[in-house]
Structure formats: C-alpha cells, structure tokens
Design a protein around this ligand. Sequence first.
Ligand code: 1CP
Length: 315
Amino acid sequence: MRQAGRYLPEFRSIRKDNQDFIKLCLNTKLSSEITLQPIIRFNFDAAIVFSDILLIPHALGQQVNFKKDFGPELQKIDFEIFNNVRKEDFLEKLNPVYEIIKETKNKLSIDNKDTIGFVGAPWTLLLYMLNRKSPKEGNFNVFQKDRNIHNILDKLDEFLKIHIEEQIKSGASIIQIFDSWAGLLPEKDLEFFSYKPIKSLVDFIRQKKSISICFPRNINNYKKFVENVNPDVINIDYNIDPLIIRDTIDITVQGGLDPKILLQNKDIMRDEVTKYLKTFDKKRYIFNLGHGVLPNTDPDMVKYLVDVVRSFNGQ
Ligand code: 1CP
C-alpha cells in the first residue's frame, strides 16, 4: 500500500530530481533504493517493489505521463502498435523492474523478508487506458460499449501473465493485484470485468507456486468476490465493516485501516489499529492499510503504528 509513497522525505528528494515518473520507475539503481527506504526506516515485514501499474500500458506502446497536480495522462491507444507488441520487446522495456526485484530480494533475504510484486487488475488498467486519465471524476460509462474492450482485455490477460511470471522468476514471492476501481462497476458487470479476469491471474499465480493478494477496492460484497476469484489473501478497503469480513470470510485477510487515521493523534490511531487487530485476533490477518499512505502523513505516525502492531498481545 504505497510504502514509499509521497510521504517520505527521502523519496521526495529523489523525486524532485527525477520529474519523469516512468523513467524513475525504470531506473534500477534509484528504484531499488526507493523500494528499500521504508524498510530501512520502519522495518516492515515485506517490501513492495517501487514501480507502477501504468508501466503496462507504457510497455504496450501507449504513452503515459504523470503530470504534476493532475496524475496520469495517457495518449490514445495506437492499435497498429498495440496489436503487434512482441513478448521480447515488452520484456526488454520492463527489464529494469525485474532487476529491481532481484536486487531487493538479495538484500531482503538476509532478514527473511518477502518481496511483493504487483500488477493492476485488467479492469483498472482498461479504465485508465480508455479514459486516459484517473477515473476519479466519474464519466467512465461513456466507453462501456467500446468495441475494443474484448481485444484489450485479452491482451492484458496475456501480457499481465508475462509480467507476473517474470516478477516471480526474479524473486517476488507474493503478487498483489490492485483492482483500485472495482467499486465503480455496477453489480451486473463485476463478473465480466473484475472476477473473471482476476481469477485468470490468480489461477496463473497459483500454477506458478506463488501467492496472490487481491485488492478489489470499494466493492460491496467481498464474500462473493472471494467465492468467485478464490485468491490466497484478500486485502479489504476502509469502507467495509471489518466485523462483516470476519464473520463471512475464511481466507487470510489483509489491511483495512483508513489511511486518514494516520493524520489523527497517536491515541486515536492506537485505538483504531487495535480495533482491527482485535477483530481479526482469532483469524489469519496481515496488518495493512485500506489504501495508500496519504502524502501529508507524518512518518513518525507510521513508526508508531508499527510499534503498536508489533506490541499487540491480543488483550
Ligand atoms: O511504495 C510504493 O510506492 C509502491 C509502489 C506503487 C504501487 C504499488 C506505486 C508507486 N503505485 C502503485 C500502485 C498504483 N498505481 C495503483 C494501485 C493502488 C492504488 O489504488 O493506489 C494505482 C491506481 C496507480 C496509478 C497511479 N500512480 C496514480 C493515479 C491514482 C489515481 O487517483 O487515479 C498516481 C498518481 C500514481 C503515481 C505514483 N505511483 C507510485 C507513487 C509513489 C506515486 C506518486 C508519485 C509522485 O507523485 O511523486
């Protein structure tokens, strides 16, 4: 959940000198350093590789720019290029990501910590690729009938598997699948756009003897998602009541805490963190947030949060 994010001064300092975000993600030396920054500072149990879900459209020939105070901006898909991308060229473009994972794994294996690789879910990527900017302002329904949808989803399935396999080969022991915009789908479309394409990736990850964590942000029915997709771990968002999750879901649960809680004082934060830990005390639970750390978070609050989690004794 955005471990490096924008709240760490050591990240911001590198970012200031590297305005081109995609280029930074493909800079092995700097991205390896960024991946380890939060581990050095907080001693988290696992590191998520510093990269981005939008490197996939980039590697499929669609130009992506991250604009200051705006977010990602994508050029129109050129289907002449998109339909003819070769596996070798895709892997060559993304090779720095695999190098970052190898380097991270080498450094972390001494401490027995996992390296987490990740991909965006097909629906979330499709949305960015067709909407060409963040869908947070709405207006995404306009392309529900776009005739290219099947073609794009098929390509994403093929190339996301290539990307997942290479991350596993490079040393990622867990793959997290971010369906950040699953919550925008009406109930009737969840099966086609979210469950089915994610299940294909989850099955693939299992076949490769790795572990999958799914994050279908803001959906109403996590039980149905888990029944349909069958991932190893489900990461919940902060809008869902953890008690409902505890009582309806049997697989390992991760996350949930609202990142805004880290903007409160330490006492409030300790109570909220403890609420999650107590709720899942008798279950398999991985503490994490319900979405990324916010840019205006004080790193000391993250440090305190780790202390609270580590010292929890079930009382
Ligand atoms: O520690 C880390 O930072 C981990 C690496 C990581 C991950 C796992 C980054 C770096 N991005 C992601 C995933 C990601 N990227 C998601 C899924 C998780 C989520 O919902 O947050 C999404 C939707 C993106 C797309 C993206 N990347 C956006 C658009 C968000 C929106 O509102 O539509 C933006 C702004 C980014 C930039 C980005 N990616 C990562 C960082 C640290 C940043 C911020 C960079 C900066 O502004 O300096």
